[in-house]
Design a protein around this ligand. Structure first.
Ligand code: PMP
Length: 460
């Protein structure tokens, strides 16, 4: 192979041949031999990765892809952001693992996290460092709310995703993932989410009346509902894995009102939507509400160095010392790069950029709704989904979404799917992706989806 330009010089994908190329194929075969059957991403995205920079990834065969998976939303400033790597490397030489002792890196990180909150919340909130995954922070949030309220039940929402720990899975909609693991956490009650293009209550937008919110309100207030008052309601502002479904404003506000009225803590899971992904620091800001507990993880360090936290109202700080421990709660590299990431987002006006790129994506992809296969294009900021459906039956077209994922990969674009039956093609670009690269990726996607039209109806 002739020498290629450095990965940081790419502004468009470069594909040398069919994917996977020979070296990736060899490593994928070895992976299949040695790694768990539960592995996921490389099944549908069959590449082995050599290096990455910004919004681009190079595989072992020299193919260069636009990466709109970005570590499942972790790499908010792209791969290997030089300034983040710089501060992490400096920290690496100083002190790396600190349990939950105070350190300067941690203090700077806490300052940065609190500074992202709306001003009125900054003094109210405390922070707890959890084990290093989003799921572990979800566990912590549930433990906190159960401890404080003395109640056992939890309200979650259909289509929601909260992680793969035992508790996270119990709160998640994914029936197939839960089915083989009986006896999960009891007491989780699933309620309809404001998924308006497929209203869970079967209503048309004209006679909606936010009945999904009304259903929850009525249940919570009904002394014959069969459900005890819950310890918490846990909610995503935009369901990510569930298919990029932004909650409606009325739905969220009514949930906030009723939970406040009944003294039920509201946990907002911002693992995917946090750190500026939707164009505000936290997605709940779009809704004009104040949650009681915020769960955050993924993009907190900006470089994929794991860290997970909950931020919660100090009035809830009634759990005992050691109530949620974990060895890996003091990742100093993550703290150092995370504080720097917040500084860079401010310095470079990234939140504004996210809003602008979001409008750009909407402008480029929304017209696809004219196509018979496209049920809906929706999203916010740098988080978008295209839901595909059979034009005859209206059923979610997961097979087709898989086909789109595969075809765009062959053209140099890495995308993930999600939603019911995997029928939503999802975009989770780094927040600082240029307008040019966003344009290229959307063109690849739009061409591919337009080209799908002659395909006969796929049975799901
Ligand atoms: N909550 C949400 C909203 C998520 O999107 C995810 C991960 N996709 C999680 C929780 C779990 O995070 P982790 O995989 O780090 O456990």
């Amino acid at each position: 192979m002739t020498a290629q330009p450095a990965i940081r010089e790419f502004t468009a994908p470069f594909i040398a041949g069919p994917i996977p190329g020979p070296r990736s194929a060899e490593m994928l075969a070895r992976q299949q031999q040695r790694e768990s059957n539960a592995r996921t991403y490389p099944r549908n995205l069959p590449i082995a990765i050599d290096e990455a920079h910004g919004s681009f990834v190079r595989d072992m065969d020299g193919n260069v892809f636009i990466d709109f998976l970005a570590g499942a939303g972790v790499l908010s400033l792209g791969h290997n952001h030089p300034e983040l790597i710089g501060v992490a490397a400096e920290q690496l030489g100083r002190f790396t693992h600190g349990l939950d002792f105070p350190t300067p890196a941690k203090e700077a990180f806490i300052d940065a996290q609190l500074s992202m909150l709306p001003a009125a919340m900054r003094e109210k909130m405390k922070i707890h460092f959890c084990g290093p995954t989003g799921a572990n922070a979800v566990d912590a949030a549930i433990k906190l709310c159960k401890t404080v309220t003395g109640r056992g039940d939890i309200v979650s929402f259909q289509g929601g995703f909260h992680g793969s720990s035992a508790m996270g899975m119990a709160l998640t909609g994914l029936v197939q993932q839960k089915a083989p693991v009986p006896n999960g956490m009891p007491g989780v009650h699933f309620f309809p989410y404001s998924y308006c293009s497929r209203c869970p209550l079967g209503l048309s937008p004209d006679d909606c009346g936010a009945n999904c919110a009304a259903f929850l309100e009525n249940t919570l207030k009904d002394d014959l509902s069969g459900m005890a008052k819950p310890a918490a309601v846990i909610l995503e502002m935009v369901q990510g894995e569930g298919g990029v479904i932004p909650a409606t404003r009325e739905f969220v506000q009514r949930i906030r009102t009723v939970t406040r009225e009944l003294d039920i803590p509201l946990i907002v899971d911002e693992v995917q939507t946090g750190c500026g992904r939707t164009g505000t620091w936290f997605a709940f800001e779009h809704y004009g509400i104040e949650p009681d507990v915020i769960v955050a993880s993924k993009a907190l360090s900006g470089i994929g160095s794991p860290v997970a936290i909950i931020l919660y109202n100090r009035e809830l700080d009634k759990w005992a010392p050691g109530a949620h421990t974990g060895t890996f709660r003091g990742n100093q590299l993550a703290f150092a790069s995370g504080a720097e990431a917040v500084r860079i987002v401010r310095r470079d006006g990234i939140l504004q950029q996210v809003r602008e790129r979001g409008k750009q994506i909407e402008g480029l992809l929304k017209p696809l709704e004219e196509l018979p296969w496209v049920h809906e294009v929706r999203g916010r900021g740098m988080m978008w989904g295209i839901e595909l459906a059979d034009p005859v039956t209206g059923r979610p077209a997961g097979t087709l979404a898989r086909q789109v994922q595969e075809e765009v990969l062959q053209k140099g674009l890495i995308l993930e799917t999600g939603g019911r039956g995997g029928c939503v093609v999802r975009l989770l670009p780094p927040l600082n992706t240029s307008a040019e690269v966003v344009g290229t990726a959307c063109r690849i996607l739009a061409e591919t989806i337009s080209g799908l039209l002659p395909v006969p109806v796929q049975p799901e």
